[in-house]
Design a protein around this ligand. Structure first.
Ligand code: F6P
Length: 548
């Protein structure tokens, strides 16, 4: 059997990593640092303005060499070429995953199915810029002639998480005269609260949906339509001034009643969770302006170019992705905590949850065989320092390994006394405490009573990486997102899974539709579920009619 067709766990490189881990697992980070005074400078890399310190990971040069060999055996370079080359690497949906084309320079050629997609990408960006400028300068008027003051993005998943994350991240660059709201949940509370203080005459809805069939988004878009018409006297002509759409489905948009002139398109080779830099980012572009949006695209592209062309030893997304594999499959880490010490990145962990978990939450390989190894870890997190006062206890002293990604910036966008230094001091202190801990001897030396001493010991040896960037700019945000996109891709290549499909969301959607029909029935519906679901449906139907 050729090495190419071996399953991951049968590969000699995988087995070598297992043997290596058996030798490595009792070595403490304290010893690794003591043995190599340069470690903290050596085990670092830099890309597109992002300094990546992975020296506090439980690895050594041999680990990196073996991971590199594994990546070669799994054909990582060929898979990267296939992605950038527009091949249909999303095999279960038979499409390319060509988000890198969204940030290609004008004039660059990126083809899929023999067609260069870059001119279309730039044509949409130009239309977006023209529209964004009209909203920003007030020349786009609402139905009654008033200028637009509030933008409401309606979308869910990739059609929401990217826009809301980018808006929050880049608030410092936004036009503060405009307000932005984001409605995603089918729970009416989301729409009601987002619109309760708005004047419809000054509100523009951006309905974002790749498919334009998503239940939550269409339900909210219809609610918005009704809300708008009611407030504006019922004239259907108002819709064209107060609704624009972003979608790949022009027919669906037209059927909803939005003029395709104010529809901004994209393509089936852009996955929802990889779409914040195409027209799905229209709200971002209106908020920060076309120039900042282009700077964000430049950041994405700088990371793409680095990923595509930098040798393994200095390739930040490769190192980042392979370390995630190492932690998941050898250290047994079931999750990764993403901890931005930057309040503007407060939605970044939520954004990464979809990016990473919808991409790599797969249990079968590309050939449909069960994966006999752990795949996609759980991504989660909160901004520092808030998380320190809630869940860090478990990371420091719990029984599970939780690798952390600390993200920090050297300059603040919100200077306030010495608060930024305090913030970053906390970041550095946390990664230091996790790695080096506090021994029993150190605890006792401080006079801690014996009975208390075990509680005050920090084992340390808890892995983390630090991403340090000069300042949170649109460019930096683009580079950061692209770093995680490519890291997730690297992980998926090693695990031999399709990181670009999401069949796992389908069953729940289908069952919800059937159950919604049963909840809508006026007569008692005949149910054909399990006894638990049936009892829940009956109880809900009964109690929703009664006052509390
Ligand atoms: O149900 C999952 C999903 O398809 C995501 O992948 C996607 O980002 C989200 O729903 C929204 O889809 P759409 O943009 O088509 O409304």
């Amino acid at each position: 059997m050729s090495n190419d067709s071996l399953s991951l766990t049968a590969r000699p490189q995988w087995r070598a990593l297992h043997r290596h881990w058996a030798r490595q697992k009792d070595i403490h980070l304290r010893e690794l640092f003591a043995a190599d005074p340069q470690r903290g400078e050596r085990l670092t890399a830099e890309a597109a303005g992002i300094y990546f310190d992975y020296s506090k990971q439980r690895i050594n040069d041999e680990t990196l060499r073996l991971l590199h060999e594994l990546a070669d055996a799994c054909g990582l370079s060929a898979r990267i070429r296939a992605m950038f080359g527009g091949e249909r690497i999303n095999t279960t949906e038979d499409r390319a995953a060509l988000h890198v084309a969204l940030r290609a320079r004008r004039g660059e050629r990126i083809e899929t199915d023999g067609a260069d997609v870059v001119p279309e990408v730039h044509a949409v960006l130009e239309r977006m810029a023209a529209f964004a400028n009209r909203v920003r300068d007030g020349s786009w008027k609402g139905h009654t002639g008033k200028r637009i003051r509030t933008l409401v993005n309606i979308g869910i998943g990739g059609s929401d998480l990217g826009p809301v994350m980018a808006y929050e991240a880049l608030r410092g660059y936004t036009d503060r005269a405009l307000r932005f709201r984001f409605v995603s949940n089918v729970d009416g509370a989301d729409f009601v609260e987002a619109t309760r203080d708005l004047d419809a005459a000054e509100t523009l809805f951006i309905v974002c949906s790749k498919t334009f069939t998503t239940q939550e988004t269409l339900t909210n878009a219809h609610a918005a339509r009704a809300w708008c018409l009611q407030a504006l006297g019922g004239d259907e002509k108002a819709i064209a001034r107060h609704f624009v759409a972003v979608s790949t489905n022009a027919a669906g948009v037209a059927e909803f009643g939005i003029d395709t002139d104010t529809m901004f398109g994209f393509w089936d080779w852009v996955g929802g969770r990889y779409s914040m830099d195409c027209a799905i980012g229209l709200s971002t572009m209106i908020a920060i302006g076309p120039d900042h949006f282009r700077a964000m695209l430049d950041g994405f592209r700088a990371m793409d170019e680095h990923f595509r062309s930098t040798p393994f030893a200095r390739n930040v997304p490769m190192l980042h992705g392979l370390i995630a594999v190492w932690n998941a499959n050898f250290l047994g880490a079931a999750s990764i905590a993403v901890l931005p010490y930057e309040h503007y990145l407060k939605r970044f962990p939520a954004y990464l949850q979809q990016l990473a978990m919808e991409s790599n939450g797969k249990r079968v390989t590309l050939d449909g065989a069960p994966a006999d190894y752990a795949t996609g870890p759980i991504y989660w997190g909160e901004p520092g320092t808030n998380g320190q006062h809630s869940f860090y206890q478990l990371i420091h002293q719990g029984t599970q390994v939780i690798p952390c990604d600390f993200i920090g910036f050297c300059q603040t966008l919100a200077p306030l006394g010495n608060q930024h230094d305090l913030l970053i001091a906390n970041l550095f202190a946390q990664s230091e405490a996790l790695a080096f801990g506090k021994t029993l001897a150190e605890v006792k030396a401080q006079g801690t009573p014996d009975a208390l001493a075990p509680h005050r010991v920090f084992q340390g040896n808890r892995p983390s990486s630090t991403l340090l960037v000069q300042r949170l700019t649109p460019h930096a945000l683009g580079a950061l997102v692209a770093l995680y996109e490519h890291s997730v891709f690297v992980q998926g290549v090693i695990w031999n899974i399709d990181s670009f499909d999401q069949w796992g969301v389908e069953l729940g959607k289908a069952l919800a539709q059937r159950t919604a029909d049963e909840l809508a029935c006026t007569a008692e519906p005949a149910l054909n579920h399990d006894s638990s679901t049936q009892a829940l449906i009956r109880r809900y139907r009964r109690l929703r009619e009664h006052s509390a």
